[in-house]
Design a binder for this molecule. Structure first.
Ligand SMILES: *C1O[C@H](CO)[C@@H](O)[C@H](O)[C@H]1NC(C)=O
Ligand SMILES: *[C@@H]1O[C@H](CO)[C@@H](O)[C@H](O)[C@H]1NC(C)=O
Ligand SMILES: *[C@@H]1O[C@H](CO)[C@@H](O)[C@H](O)[C@H]1NC(C)=O
Ligand SMILES: *[C@@H]1O[C@H](CO)[C@@H](O)[C@H](O)[C@H]1NC(C)=O
Ligand SMILES: *[C@@H]1O[C@H](CO)[C@@H](O)[C@H](O)[C@H]1NC(C)=O
Ligand SMILES: *[C@@H]1O[C@H](CO)[C@@H](O)[C@H](O)[C@H]1NC(C)=O
Ligand SMILES: *[C@@H]1O[C@H](CO)[C@@H](O)[C@H](O)[C@H]1NC(C)=O
Ligand SMILES: *[C@@H]1O[C@H](CO)[C@@H](O)[C@H](O)[C@H]1NC(C)=O
Ligand SMILES: *[C@@H]1O[C@H](CO)[C@@H](O)[C@H](O)[C@H]1NC(C)=O
Ligand SMILES: *[C@@H]1O[C@H](CO)[C@@H](O)[C@H](O)[C@H]1NC(C)=O
Ligand SMILES: *[C@@H]1O[C@H](CO)[C@@H](O)[C@H](O)[C@H]1NC(C)=O
Ligand SMILES: *[C@@H]1O[C@H](CO)[C@@H](O)[C@H](O)[C@H]1NC(C)=O
Length: 841
């Protein structure tokens, strides 16, 4: 940003001075009748955005109310009174009137009168927006997104927001487009000069006709057209698909048409700014880099109508202007002199006599849609027929692409000249150009050889595809058979326990009882050196039996006066739950207040050590699939197959242990029941669980069911796939939790980005990864009723071909483009520690 021009330096210095003065911060809100003075500022809760007064260029003393970043004070992203600067001011004030208007007022001392005249320089005019509704105790607040909003105290409704009045910068969450009903446009206007905020002549706005494309304009003349939205990006800006750290949304329906973007990464701040030097740039600031990185590019072919009517611009060619097939330059002399403004015309006029057909031209930024008709529901065949039957229709194209599978939908028909077409190497759109059959034949003859070759290739592909397909069918058959065998095995275990109908006494005989002193000697007197873990229920020590077998000894935190019978009942129950994906309870001990459980020892400790540690790469995709499947089987057994329905209540990576072969075993199941039995008062209930894994209904109300375990399982599954911990930030506008990342990427069909990059180097099946992520998302859906059961999950994990339901939005996720949110923000990141809270009802 620093420039050698002295004027700039001065301006930057002045800005710097002004923000030093405005270091006096007045929080992030202004109440009714309250005000902030020139020199004071509002700071958003996160500390990122600052609202205050600043000086414009050095030679005038105009003061503006603006918004800038605290880490980059010379970047002003919004200006309130850019048309009405405060001049000759004394006591400039920003105040919120009782009726909900933010006004900038200026105190002019009059020379000939004692009473001073207060001059209103700018008003948000928000009191008009609610019509005749009463506005009471309004509040103005600077949100973390940089949106300054005024809410009506009576009903909390937002009556005005700065995001609706953009200056030269589009921040994440701001809309660029138009409200079709009110005809209000949200668009960007550059500053007049680098340090003069008054509106310049460079704009970025949305077309009000045609297919509502974005474009930039200089003096109201289109400069660069972005091309229509293709479902993922604007077809004239293919580089948008490389913006992996942001998520673009485009809406075009009966009421609105707008574009907006949100950041996926909390570590970067982005803005889209129109500069007075006719540059539109995407600027990104990554935390820790200390500078803005600019993404801008504009070449000859971006400039509107470079090649004239019916010309096609292609930067790959030496002479970048060409004519459409079947067209030639209108004036070959000027064309040869590199003056392409006249464009091209048809070699043969269309006679509309039926001897015409359509030529497919691929990879285009399709022409301007101003002189065209658009029908979003018509399919391509009807589009062709429609265009063919209308003699003045010269071309047609699908409107937008819905997914990566490129399913073209909708219908655009052009009449008249085709303006501003660009040819790309790839990632462009299709257009069908109407031509006399003779013209198409000649182009086909040219390509005849290629066509034959491509047919052979197609046949080869089809044949090999069939072979591969049949191979897979056989494979699936084998796998299914295996799966059936596994299932019967699980069932048999269930039956075995179910038939052992008997009293506790018999079970007691079956459970190993250890002496406290024996355990103490096995664990070196519970020494710290032997400690291998600590959970919500107690500390785990490694011990060695006399025969050399390693054991894990869990010394439960002191429980008061729990009956021996109750404890034994539960311990025996746990010991009876035997499954190869559950940690095996070898015995227990209770003496005095000591309650100790003895488990088999797991060589590879717990999953979180590996998954979130340095050895993450040891878990390749296949291993992760096995771990996920193992956990599924274990949990399924707890939920459905054992005699007692056991809800784990604290399923998390730390409670998945790995044996020497990295087979997963669930631990700590049933322990919650031990504690449950321990409650002193009947109306005291413990919420046992770990934030980040806890389902909303359990975290909020303490209701738990097998579906809250399914939620935890879903989080765990997404963690295993991504190799990242889930940290929970409720309603935070910047941070995205793991669930939201998964959700957003899934929605955008970029789910592969979610996969742990460690897995990318080994082999994995793309479709399997996508399916697993989708299943994970199904498990973390906000409403328990929507979540699958563990048997559904197991089925879905194994069924490669069957259709899986689309997940609904997970819990704790923002809407994506809701710019106003509940102001309360709760951020909980301590998901490493088990959270136990007592709840009184
Ligand atoms: C005095 O006040 C009158 C009316 O407000 C105004 O027209 C006039 O210009 C003022 N005179 C001076 C010297 O400011
Ligand atoms: C705001 O100011 C007006 C006019 O001075 C006064 O009538 C009103 O009571 C004030 N309201 C509050 C909430 O202070
Ligand atoms: C703003 O500019 C005016 C005139 O150049 C100057 O008097 C004033 O001190 C400046 N204010 C700040 C805060 O720099
Ligand atoms: C901006 O605010 C953040 C959060 O309060 C703070 O950590 C950072 O130091 C601030 N940066 C500057 C340059 O003041
Ligand atoms: C205008 O200035 C006078 C005298 O300095 C002060 O009493 C008054 O409150 C000011 N009014 C406003 C609206 O700032
Ligand atoms: C001074 O202001 C008062 C009230 O605004 C007005 O009635 C009066 O005429 C003014 N005096 C002069 C000399 O302009
Ligand atoms: C508020 O309304 C006034 C009068 O209608 C108008 O002059 C002014 O430009 C409006 N202010 C804004 C910010 O739209
Ligand atoms: C404002 O609220 C009061 C009390 O609720 C009501 O009597 C009055 O009619 C309202 N005025 C308008 C314009 O809605
Ligand atoms: C835009 O229009 C203004 C006034 O009409 C003129 O001064 C300026 O040169 C124009 N800019 C361009 C780039 O044509
Ligand atoms: C159009 O989209 C907006 C934003 O997503 C939505 O609020 C509105 O309900 C939609 N309108 C129609 C008619 O679908
Ligand atoms: C236009 O101005 C911006 C901001 O000063 C700068 O980053 C960009 O490089 C300039 N573009 C050109 C083409 O000069
Ligand atoms: C739109 O197409 C019609 C029909 O060919 C033509 O007469 C008209 O000039 C075209 N308008 C524009 C702005 O190209």
């Amino acid at each position: 940003m620093m420039n050698s021009k002295p004027q700039h330096i001065i301006a930057v210095l002045i800005l710097f001075v002004s923000t030093i003065i405005s270091a006096e911060s007045a929080g992030d809100t202004i109440g009714p009748n309250q005000s902030i003075k020139d020199g004071e500022s509002l700071v958003s809760e996160s500390g990122i955005f600052v609202l205050g007064f600043f000086n414009s260029s050095g030679n005038t003393n105009s003061r503006y109310l603006g918004l800038w970043y605290n880490f980059s004070t010379d970047v002003v992203v919004w200006v309130a009174n850019r048309r009405n600067p405060v001049t000759n001011s004394f006591d400039t004030l920003l105040q919120l009137t009782e009726d909900g208007n933010l006004i900038i007022s200026q105190n002019q001392t009059s020379n000939n009168n004692t009473s001073d005249a207060v001059n209103m320089v700018w008003s948000s005019n928000s009191s008009n927006s609610l019509g005749k509704t009463n506005i009471t105790s309004p509040i103005a607040k600077l949100l973390n997104s940089g949106n300054l909003i005024i809410t009506n105290g009576a009903d909390g409704r937002v009556i005005w927001q700065s995001f609706n009045y953009p200056s030269d910068t589009l921040l994440p969450g701001m809309k660029l487009g138009l409200d079709k009903r009110t005809k209000q446009e949200w668009y960007l206007t550059s500053w007049k000069q680098p340090y003069d905020p008054s509106p310049g002549d460079f704009e970025n706005r949305m077309d009000t006709g045609g297919s509502h494309e974005l474009y930039t304009a200089i003096n109201n003349t289109i400069e660069v057209r972005f091309g229509p939205w293709n479902g993922k990006w604007f077809s004239g800006v293919p580089r948008m698909k490389t913006y992996t750290d942001e998520r673009s949304t485009y809406v075009d329906n009966e009421t609105v048409a707008f574009y907006l973007y949100n950041m996926i990464s909390a570590d970067s701040y982005a803005r889209l700014t129109v500069f007075p030097n006719y540059t539109l740039a995407r600027m990104v600031w990554r935390r820790g880099t200390g500078k803005w990185i600019s993404y801008q590019s504009k070449d000859e072919c971006d400039l509107y109508n470079t090649c004239g009517p019916n010309g096609v611009c292609n930067t790959q060619e030496l002479i970048y202007c060409q004519c459409y097939t079947g067209f030639h330059p209108k004036s070959s002399t000027s064309w040869n002199n590199r003056d392409h403004t006249l464009g091209c015309e048809r070699k043969k006029k269309l006679d509309c006599g039926g001897k015409e057909d359509f030529l497919l031209v691929k990879n285009l930024k399709i022409p301007n849609t101003l002189n065209s008709t658009i029908n979003k529901s018509m399919d391509l065949d009807n589009c062709k027929v429609g265009c063919f039957n209308n003699c003045s229709c010269v071309a047609y194209a699908p409107v937008y692409l819905e997914s990566t599978d490129i399913i073209p939908r909708g219908c655009i028909m052009w009449f008249g000249d085709l303006i501003d077409t660009r040819l790309f190497n790839q990632d462009g759109q299709d257009l069908y150009l109407r031509l006399p059959t003779s013209e198409i034949k000649s182009t086909n003859n040219l390509n005849g050889k290629n066509r034959k070759i491509s047919t052979t290739i197609i046949i080869a592909i089809v044949v090999s595809g069939l072979i591969i397909l049949s191979f897979f069918i056989i494979l699936i058959f084998v796998i299914k058979k295996k799966k059936k065998e596994n299932e019967t095995f699980v069932q048999r275990e269930g039956i075995e326990i179910a038939t052992s109908e008997d009293v506790n006494r018999k079970w007691k005989d079956e459970l190993n009882l250890f002496d406290f002193s024996t355990l103490a000697s096995m664990t070196n007197n519970f020494s710290c050196d032997n400690k291998i873990g600590e959970g919500g229920f107690g500390i785990v020590f490694k011990g060695k039996m006399v025969d050399g077998q390693d054991i894990a000894v869990k010394r439960l935190s002191k429980t008061s006066g729990q009956g021996l019978d109750e404890f034994m009942n539960e311990a025996v129950l746990i010991s009876k739950l035997q499954h190869r994906n559950l940690v095996c309870l070898l015995g227990c001990c209770m003496e005095g207040n000591e309650r100790i459980l003895v488990y088999e020892f797991m060589q590879n400790y717990s999953l979180d050590n590996i998954l979130f540690g340095n050895n993450r790469h040891k878990l390749d995709w296949q291993k992760r699939v096995e771990i996920i499947t193992g956990i599924t089987r274990g949990l399924l057994y707890l939920h459905h197959d054992s005699r007692h329905r056991i809800i784990h209540r604290d399923l998390k990576a730390g409670n998945i242990l790995l044996d020497e072969f990295m087979n997963p075993k669930i631990s700590d199941f049933g322990t919650a029941r031990l504690f449950e039995a321990d409650t002193i008062e009947k109306n005291t209930r413990r919420v046992i669980g770990t934030y980040g894994y806890m389902s909303p209904e359990y975290a909020n109300g303490g209701n738990f069911s097998i579906k809250s375990d399914v939620f935890s399982f879903g989080v765990l599954m997404l963690e295993i796939i991504s190799g990242k911990k889930n940290s929970v930030c409720y309603q935070n506008e910047v941070d995205f939790s793991l669930l939201e990342q998964a959700w957003i990427l899934h929605k955008d069909e970029k789910s592969l980005i979610f996969l742990d990059e460690c897995c990318l180097s080994c082999s994995f099946s793309k479709s399997q990864v996508l399916r697993f992520i989708q299943i994970g998302l199904l498990c973390v859906q906000a409403y328990a009723i929507d979540r699958p059961t563990m048997s559904d999950v197991l089925f879905m994990l194994n069924s490669e071909n069957s259709h899986i339901q689309e997940p609904k939005k997970p819990a704790f996720s923002n809407d994506g483009y809701k710019d106003i949110n509940i102001s309360e923000q709760v951020c909980l990141t301590n998901n490493a520690v088990t959270f136990t809270k007592l709840e009184f009802r």
